[in-house]
Design a binder for this molecule. Sequence first.
Ligand SMILES: [Zn+2]
Length: 311
Amino acid sequence: MANQGYSRRVVLQAALGGAAGLALGGPRRLLAAAGQGAVAPVTQRLADDLHVVTVPGVGNVLARTGSAGVILVDGASATTSAAVLQAVASLPGGGAVRTLFNTHWHPDQTGSNETLGKAGAQIIAQENTRLWLTTDVKWPWNGQTFMRLPKVAQPNKTFYTAGTLEPGVKYGYLPDCAHTDGDLYVHFEPQNVMAVGDVVSLQGWPTVDYITGGWIGGMVGATQRILAIANEQTRFVASRGPVLSYADVKTQASMYATIYERLSTMLNRGRGPSEAVAAKPTKEFDAQMGNPDEFVRRAFESLWAYLSPDA
Ligand SMILES: [Zn+2]
């Protein structure tokens, strides 16, 4: 997601303290990869050929190394792209990136598109994500505007439902419209690791980006869909926060179902976003997820966008 308020310290703690990280030997800081004034990416090994590269305060990148080149899921922000790509090149077996997936269009995920597109990499996205990257997007709730990407940075291979990059690397569309209307997952089957973008995260409330198709009902559907595609041994790499277990995603699915039900009830009673915020519909989750006010407001507005007959 494109967020400004998210604490770098929290993300770093998450990356360093995630249970999966400890179990797998913990992350390694690549101080050499830090540019002038930048925060160094942190890497975490999930398998010999699969690593998470985390840019504190920005997000996670998943890198599958191999003799034919690196497969990258997301590319962090434009300002941290160089440090990320340097960290990826420094991984065991690391090298040039041949394929980049965009889990969705947000700038914290698509910041390496231009560099890698110019280098001739394949950039794969769901077709809706490509379309958002060809147009300027403005968020009405804070006035933030995102400019379209130049042609060379736009996804050059799109799909509608699902695909197989190579045996053991499957990807697919999450059509529920959870975070945006172009969310995809990538499943690395031999390692049983699934990249799921901003559809789930147990560290910080997500932006419900209803301007580009996301909504709270879709977050319920997509988390349930992810569980159905995965199995109980799957590990999940979200755009932010620590590596998640199946149980973590299950918790997330039931949390969003609870919130969706509460907000729908308020909508049906004619309440508005400010009343929804005041009712604290996320109260039992706030200790884990942080201040919910912006999330609740966007989630409520997303119900208007989806459920109002004249929206
Ligand atoms: Zn996002």
